[in-house]
Design a binder for this molecule. Structure first.
Ligand SMILES: Nc1nc2c(c(=O)[nH]1)N[C@H]1C(S)=C(S)[C@@H](COP(=O)(O)O)O[C@H]1N2
Ligand SMILES: [Mo]
Length: 309
């Protein structure tokens, strides 16, 4: 299942950034040309390019864009990793997100409307899949805390629940009734307020590709990748901890908290190290994926919970 793709080279960050700038510029030119001709705007959807926030630099070389965008987990499309072509069928506009549950005013918001209300930035984060592969990629987006603030949750709300689109017309994986689709993941209100919790709308300075969860996904870098629900269509606020997708599927293997910890093995494999996409290198896994200084305090009063599965 895990194929090492050794390239012997790494795309330096500067090259990625140059390319992103060039693409951004080209998109603007294409868009204005199309407008001048009265045709459809060819400009890339908004949400892709934004200034990098140097505070979050990933701490290791960037994964090649090609690897991050062609080696994916997205069970609605396939159980295999090579689903990126199939995922192109997922329409990215129009795209709406329903905000409901324990909030001041339940409503539906269009993604472009939402994008107008936030300030986009780019952050390089490490990503650790529970299967023990890992990557380091530049996400464009905005803090999840900003989205929570826009939603105006009631004081009684304790969890934020993210639901992925379930479009039978384009997602062949939905026919496998064995899985509890729609894909649902959740974090606590406190976790959602942590500065690392992020909503991504772009990757490598471009609009987030559908295979990576375009046009909008959750990105929680201190937890196993499965927490970061893709292609979000609904965000609900509740006072009851929901049963999440992987927990429903295999409660003995996957839990609610899903914090990365090399010392707690998956029942079927070790979590001590991870394989980096692009270089193929095996490196030690760090507790909270190396983000402990930011997040450990969230769990100080939860020692009796299964925090690491
Ligand atoms: N809707 C949905 N979200 C999902 C998944 C999925 O199968 N469906 N897989 C998860 C897992 S296991 C991982 S590791 C990441 C992978 O994100 P990437 O393909 O952008 O690297 O997406 C997560 N989000
Ligand atoms: Mo994963």
């Amino acid at each position: 299942m895990l194929i090492a793709r050794r390239r012997g080279w790494e795309l330096p960050e500067s090259v990625v950034t140059q390319e992103a700038l060039a693409i951004g510029r080209r998109a603007v030119l294409a868009g204005s040309a199309a407008l001048a001709l009265g045709g459809p705007a060819l400009a890339a959807e908004p949400g892709g390019a934004a200034p990098r926030n140097p505070k979050y630099d990933g701490g290791r070389p960037l994964t090649a864009e090609k690897d991050a965008t062609t080696y994916n987990n997205y069970y609605e499309f396939s159980e295999e990793k090579d689903l990126w072509e199939a995922a192109q069928a997922l329409p990215q506009r129009p795209w709406t997100i329903k905000l409901d549950g324990m909030i001041k005013q339940p409503r539906t918001i269009g993604i472009d409307d939402l994008l107008k209300q936030v300030t986009l930035e780019e952050r390089v984060y490490r990503h650790r899949c529970v299967e023990a592969w890992a990557m380091t990629v530049p996400w464009t987006g905005f803090p999840l805390a900003k989205l929570v603030a826009l939603a105006e949750p009631l004081g009684s709300a304790k969890f934020v629940v993210f639901q992925t689109d379930a479009d039978k017309k384009v997602m062949p994986g939905l026919r496998r009734s064995f899985y509890p689709f729609p894909y649902t993941e959740a974090v606590t209100i406190e976790e959602a307020g942590n500065e690392l919790a992020f909503i991504s709308t772009g990757l490598y300075g471009k609009p987030l590709p559908p295979q990576n969860g375009g046009p909008i996904r959750l990105t929680i870098p201190w937890k196993y990748g499965f927490k970061s629900a893709k292609s979000v269509v609904k965000i609900s606020f509740t006072d009851k901890r929901p049963t999440t997708f992987w927990e429903a599927l295999g409660p003995s293997e996957y839990g609610f908290w899903a914090n990365v910890n090399p010392a707690v093995p998956h029942p079927r494999w070790s979590q001590a190290s991870e394989r980096l996409l692009t270089s193929g290198d095996r490196v030690p896994t760090q507790i909270y994926n190396g983000y402990g200084p930011y997040v450990a305090a969230l769990y100080a009063d939860k020692k009796s919970e299964k925090l690491f599965m």
